[in-house]
Design a protein around this ligand. Structure first.
Ligand code: NAP
Length: 335
């Protein structure tokens, strides 16, 4: 098979598209012939060697693929040859085939296009876990989504509405991405580019929540936005630390936590996949179900051939595309 291979951690040009051995399924794995793969911000961190988990070199990056089962390990009973599945993996999706633990794969229901199916992988899991598991979102609670125009942000807006949140407020820079956050279902927009962000964000949020503050902040940004959002929380509010797309780690003023009974909770979505695979699979099924009911619809920003993974990754690095960036293998029919 052909695969994107990384031989040393570094920049995108350290990846090449080359011949590689076909993977073989271990007892608890299936081999998937890739039809579509999705490109994510954390792929860049993995390639640079800055991600919390470093795969053994050489390896193919890529955290999610949809494809056809073409190999089955001896212990696997729930999949048959030819099934169409989504594989949510730590790495390996930027290749014509990958071996994935069966526990991390879910059948894709008939009727879901492959690009939409693969787009409902990592960022939707992350949003689901942030809202349901970490924040314990209750019906009608308000949610402030930082980095709202990005992958995690858009998925969080959609799922917050789907899961019964009240007001969902999208935080973006100026009007960058205003159209797409509205299309995802945001009720209100606040500006992260304002001068004196700490005071400005609190005032904006107070104005939108009758002075109460927001119940939940989902934060894939870090840095100054986190400190400002902490001050915009309501009594017993929860802030979920998801990522640091701003490039800066957040810091937390203990006084705010104490005074308003605020909780700050971290999220590492792959841990849930490893430690609670059944829950992660049930979440994937529920996300597909929301799509089939017409409640969510992941926006696709660009589709490129699988071999053009480097260009796709550079699009993520430059933040030039809104919506998911999808890689397509040349054979992509269901038959
Ligand atoms: N914890 C987990 O399990 C998990 C899972 C997935 C992702 N993540 C992390 O979550 C973060 C976001 O991922 P993503 O897929 O959403 O990335 P993305 O699609 O590239 O989106 C990044 C977002 O951050 C915004 N942004 C970047 N720098 C900013 C700044 N200085 N101020 C304000 N906004 C800024 C961008 O806004 P513009 O559109 O204005 O540029 C964009 O909306 C990453 O750190 C990623 O590693 C964590």
């Amino acid at each position: 098979m052909q695969a994107a291979l990384l031989h040393e951690f570094g920049q995108l040009d350290t990846l090449s598209w080359e011949q590689s051995k076909d993977p073989v399924a271990r007892r608890d794995e299936i081999v998937v012939e890739v039809i579509t793969a999705e490109v994510n911000f954390p792929d860049l961190l993995v390639i640079e060697g800055k991600y919390q988990f470093k795969p053994p070199l050489p390896f193919s990056p890529g955290k999610g693929a949809v494809g056809r089962v073409c190999g089955i390990g001896s212990d696997v009973v729930e999949f048959a040859m030819g099934d169409i599945v989504i594989a949510n993996v730590e790495y390996g999706a930027f290749a014509e085939k990958l071996a994935a633990p069966a526990a991390h794969c879910v059948k894709v229901p008939d009727g879901i296009p492959f690009d939409k199916a693969v787009a409902m992988g990592l960022v939707y899991h992350t949003a689901w876990l942030a809202l349901k598991e970490r924040a314990q979102l209750a019906r009608d609670e308000s949610v402030l989504v930082l980095g709202a125009s990005g992958g995690v942000g858009l998925a969080t807006i959609e799922l917050a509405k789907a899961l019964g949140a009240g007001k969902v407020i999208a935080a973006i820079r100026g009007d960058r991405g205003a159209d797409i956050v509205k299309a995802a279902g945001a009720d209100e927009i606040v500006d992260l580019a304002a001068a004196n962000l700490k005071d400005h964000l609190r005032e904006q949020i107070a104005g939108l929540t009758e002075g109460k503050g927001v119940d939940i902040v989902v934060d894939p940004l870090g840095g100054d936005a986190t400190s400002a959002a902490l001050r915009a929380l309501a009594w017993c509010g929860r802030l979920i630390v998801v990522g640091f797309a701003s490039g800066d780690l957040p810091s937390f003023h203990g006084g705010y936590l104490l005074v308003k009974n605020i909780s700050v909770l971290g999220l590492q979505s792959s841990d849930y996949r490893n430690r609670r695979p059944e829950m992660a699979r049930a979440a994937q099924c529920a996300i597909f179900d929301f799509y089939q009911q017409g409640i969510i619809d992941p926006p696709i920003g660009a589709t490129l051939p699988l071999a053009n993974f480097a260009h796709a990754l550079s699009m993520v690095a430059n933040g030039e595309i809104r919506g998911r960036i999808i890689l397509e293998a040349s054979r992509n029919d269901r038959s």
